[in-house]
Structure formats: C-alpha cells, structure tokens
Design a protein around this ligand. Structure first.
Ligand SMILES: [Zn+2]
Length: 385
C-alpha cells in the first residue's frame, strides 16, 4: 500500500519518496514509491501530472491501494527522489471539483435531485442531475453557491468508522461500505469522494453555470470555477467587446444591434433577388435573334440566374446559348440549345476549354478553366452534327 500524501494534505505540491519498484511496462516505466502526492485518476478527476526525479509523470493509476506512476524513463530502485506536481493544473481541478460538490449539495438540499453524471475535463465541467431545473432556478443556485464561496466555509475530508458511516446521510454514487472517504462542505454538502479538495470554499473563487440543456429526463449543466471561470469570462467579455466595437453600440445593447443587422441583411437579400429578377427580364428582352450562337459573360450571376438567362437565350439562338459567371481560371457555365445535342457535345467542350460537367441533351452545366477570350472564340464558332 502506498502512503497517500494527497489524502493527508491536498495542498502538498512537492515531496520526497523512496523508489520501491521500477519495471518496464510497454514503452513506459511503472514506478511504485513508498509514498506519493500524485493523485491517480478517480471520482471523475484525472490523474496528476508533474515530475519524479526530474522525469515527466505521464499517468498515475491505483490498484488495491498501490499507486503506480508511469514515466518515460526509469528511476533507480532504492533511491530517494523528489516529486513535483503540476500544481496549476491540480489546483484548477480542485477548484472545479470542490465547486461541483458545492453545487450538487445545494441542488440536493433544495430539490432532492441526485448527481447522476460528472465529467471534469480541463476547461469544461459537466454535471447531470436527475430532475429538471430552469434558468431562474439555476441563477438562484449559482448565487447561493457564490455566497457559500464568499463565506469561506471549511471543506473537510476523512475516513469515518463503520458506525459513524451508518449514522451519516451522505451523497454517493456507489454502494460502498469499506474505505469510504467523505468530503464535507460545512452547511452545504456531505459526499463520498476519493479526490483531493480545497480546504475552504473561498479557494473555489467563483462558480459559473455556463450552459444547461435537458438530458435524460433531467438536466445537464456546464460549469466552471476559479481560474478557469475567470479565463472563460474574459474570453466572453472580449467577444462581446469586439461585437460592440463592430456595431458601435454599448455592450448591453449588442443583442438588439445584431438582431437589427440580421434583419437588414434579410431585407437586402430580398431587394437583391428582386433587382436580379428585373435585370434578367430586361437582359432577356434585349437578346437578339440569331442563326448562330450566343455567349454571355455575367461575372456576378448565380447558377439559377444563369439558367434563366440561357432559357431565354436558347429560344432566340439557332445554335447554342451559353452564360458564364466567375473569372478566368474558373468560369461556371450553363449552355442550352434547341438544335444541338449537348450531352453528346459536352465532352468536346470540356476537353477544349479544360472543363468538367454535363447534363441533359438540351442543357448542360459545369465549369471551364480556360480564359474568357478562349471561351468566347470557341463557343462563338461551335458547330456540331
Ligand atoms: Zn468528488
């Protein structure tokens, strides 16, 4: 059994320990110490990282009370090494994890709902409850949690005796009776958990519920605490600040300003579509009757408008009618004809103008990589059959 220094002092970030075993395990080295401050994965919290004797610790696991550290290179058995935790990472996890206990305790106390899912990733914490909560209730819970943080109440962790455990009412996901470790946030929560926690709620800093959604008959929350919450708030603040600058309105007025811009955009789209329809009508009326081919270059038109133009033009052309939009190197084309089988001609056109595409005998579409002058010359004199 490894002596669990993280159980005795969750704030220990450097320690000395003796290397009991060091064995090759796959491409890594499995190191067992007489004692450790490295928390192995458990209770929804990931394994600590850091260094042992200067060698990076890649992963930590626990089995039957023995903690194994996985390292990239070996350590000498029997020697004393210094362990250093990546404290910033661990502290943020403790802030988030203790914050999650606090909120779950309050939800349980106020609504009787149970925490049925918990995931603590760096920068994202999700908690699932087996009952629904709305925005107003969540706001009240968030305020309550931050009040408890400001009151800086003690957080204590201990292994109760079996008799004590029988007497206590605590939250737990598993029906454990042996080696149960309890975490109490005074006045807010009592819960079974094996992970290291802050020692006073003030260390949590702040708790923010960022998002919520219905989930399996209950609710799933995304929350962040402490430094992670601060960074998240900063990121959101910068986003709002940028939008406020772009729209030249004070930050609280950005939602209304964005709504206004979207409405204007919608109106502009309708106006543009209307103008395009009128342009096409005039353009089609102006197409001259010809025995030969017609070729129109319309850099700004979309595919649907090109088709409309070709539909009008193929009635007036004895040969084919082509309409193209784009620029040299990539012209989108639509070609129509009442007299030429274009499905058969497509191969010839595409090969001459470095294009691709096809369609029906009376209309084909695709793109040409050739330049405007080349396309104009080729299509203008195209004959078939
Ligand atoms: Zn926990």
């Amino acid at each position: 059994m490894t002596e669990k220094l993280y159980d005795q002092d969750s704030h220990l970030r450097q320690f000395e320990a003796r290397v009991l075993r060091c064995e090759k395990a796959g491409g890594r080295w499995a190191v067992v110490l007489d004692r450790t401050a490295f928390f192995p994965e458990g209770g929804g919290q990931s394994a600590d990282t850091g260094t042992l004797g200067g060698v990076p610790v890649l992963d930590v696991s626990i089995r039957e009370g023995t903690v194994t550290h996985f390292l990239a290179s070996p350590l000498p058995e029997g020697e004393t090494v210094t362990g250093v935790l990546d404290w910033e990472k661990r502290f943020r996890r403790m802030q988030n994890h203790s914050g999650e206990h606090l909120l779950s305790g309050l939800v349980h106390r106020e609504y009787g709902y149970r925490n049925v899912g918990f995931h603590l990733a760096d920068g994202d914490v999700t908690v699932d409850f087996d009952g629904e909560l709305d925005r107003e209730q969540l706001d009240a819970l968030e305020t309550e949690a931050n009040r408890a943080i400001a009151e800086n109440v003690p957080v204590t962790c201990w292994y109760p005796s079996e008799e004590e455990l029988q007497r206590l009412e605590y939250r737990s996901k598993l029906e454990l009776t042996e080696n149960v470790r309890l975490v109490r946030i005074r006045g807010c929560d009592l819960c079974a958990c094996c992970a290291p926690h802050v020692s006073h709620t003030g260390e949590i800093g702040s708790l923010r519920i960022l998002d919520y959604m219905r989930h399996r008959g209950g609710v799933r929350l995304h929350l962040l605490c402490g430094l992670d919450a601060l960074e998240d708030a900063r990121m959101r603040y910068r986003a709002t600040l940028a939008i406020s600058g772009l729209l030249s309105v004070p930050q609280p007025e950005t939602p209304e300003a964005v709504r206004r811009v979207l409405k204007e955009l919608e109106e502009t789209k309708y106006a543009l579509a209307d103008a395009r329809r009128r342009y096409l009508r005039l353009r089609a009326e102006a197409i001259p009757e010809t025995e030969g081919n017609l070729c129109f270059f319309e850099p700004e038109l979309d595919a649907e408008s090109l088709r409309e133009l070709v539909n009008a033009g193929m009635e007036k052309a004895g040969g084919l009618c082509a309409a193209l939009s784009g620029a040299d190197g990539d012209w989108k084309y639509v070609v129509g004809s009442r007299s030429i089988d274009l499905r058969a001609a497509a191969k010839e056109l595409n090969s001459a103008l470095r294009g691709r595409g096809g369609g029906r005998p009376e209309m084909i579409q695709g793109s040409f990589a050739a330049g405007r002058a080349e396309i104009e010359a080729f299509l203008g004199s195209f004959r078939r059959g």
